[in-house]
Write a protein that binds this ligand. Structure first.
Ligand SMILES: *[C@@H]1O[C@H](CO)[C@@H](O)[C@H](O)[C@H]1NC(C)=O
Ligand SMILES: *[C@@H]1O[C@H](CO)[C@@H](O)[C@H](O)[C@H]1NC(C)=O
Ligand SMILES: *[C@@H]1O[C@H](CO)[C@@H](O)[C@H](O)[C@H]1NC(C)=O
Ligand SMILES: *[C@@H]1O[C@H](CO)[C@@H](O)[C@H](O)[C@H]1NC(C)=O
Length: 257
């Protein structure tokens, strides 16, 4: 070792040469074997799903917010604090046509939709909580409306506050092509105890991957028929999603207040 430092010009050059020859030989060996490491590298690099270009961004999220016409003027500031007109996608679902004081509709609010009339379904299922049925039904209404390039459906109330960039970063860590249901545990241990730790508590926002939302869309009416006695939206959704064999993926960043 010591001699090589003093005798740099000869020993080091020889070592360098020997080393680079080794590299060349290794490369030659690999390039002669089309099915080995080299092809694997190319294969991964060309798979667009792994490129940062294709990572989740704000356009892949669709928000479904459920509110009431009567309360909207009090709730609007919560939503407008984070909503980005023409950037964030989604709708506010109202129970009835906006009253004159809400018109013209603010361009800084999400566009509104009137929730589907579920009276027939309610009559048939005798569901105990019509308002909750409306909230869960919003999942399939927003799915019906926005599908192009959607990876995640984010369901919230008319007073939910989302930190959009943070949400995008967090969601990009999950595989949106799988059945994923993300929710927050309740801050109340008792609630978790009663309703199971498998529940995403709705006050905190519930997030469904595209394939899961599609499955909910196909089956939710049957869930209402099976569980007419469930009296909260998050509980209905949890039970239904659990029936498909999907458990909640708890996320510590979702909070009910
Ligand atoms: C690319 O990656 C995805 C996973 O994100 C995988 O499902 C797919 O099969 C891959 N495609 C190719 C051509 O390897
Ligand atoms: C981006 O990923 C999706 C799957 O999430 C895939 O269907 C699509 O082809 C990819 N886009 C590009 C440009 O590769
Ligand atoms: C989000 O990514 C998609 C490709 O997956 C791209 O078409 C779209 O323009 C991007 N949107 C933003 C706001 O970057
Ligand atoms: C959103 O886009 C529409 C049409 O492209 C435009 O008229 C409107 O001013 C935009 N809204 C905001 C808040 O930029």
């Amino acid at each position: 070792m010591i001699s090589s430092t003093f005798n740099f010009s000869s020993t080091a050059i020889w070592k360098t040469l020997a080393f680079s020859t080794l590299i060349i030989i290794v490369l030659v060996i690999f390039s002669n074997q089309p099915n080995s490491l080299q092809t694997d590298i190319i294969h991964v690099a060309t798979n667009q799903s792994f490129l940062p270009l294709n990572t989740t961004n704000v356009s892949h999220l669709v928000f479904g917010l459920v509110g009431s016409t009567k309360a909207w003027r009090y709730r609007k500031p919560y939503i407008e604090s984070w909503w980005r007109p023409n950037t964030t996608r989604g709708y506010l679902y109202l129970d009835r046509t906006p009253t004159d004081d809400l018109l013209p509709w603010s361009q800084y609010s999400p566009p509104f939709r009137i929730s589907d009339d579920n009276s027939k379904l309610l009559e048939e299922t005798k569901h105990v909580a019509p308002i909750m049925v409306r909230m869960v039904h919003a999942v399939i209404e927003v799915f019906r409306e926005e599908r192009e390039g959607v990876r995640w459906y984010v369901m919230g109330d008319d007073d939910s506050i989302f930190f959009v960039d943070n949400l995008v970063d967090e969601l990009s860590k999950y595989d949106h092509t799988k059945y994923i249901y993300i929710g927050g545990h309740s801050e109340s241990i008792i609630s978790n105890q009663i309703y199971s730790y498998d529940m995403g508590f709705g006050g905190a926002g519930l997030i469904l991957s595209y394939p899961l939302a599609k499955m909910v869309q196909q089956n939710i009416e049957d869930c209402f028929r099976r569980y007419p006695y469930l009296n909260s939206a998050d509980l209905i959704l949890m039970t239904c999603v659990n029936d498909f064999g999907v458990s909640v993926t708890p996320h510590q960043g979702l909070h009910q207040v």
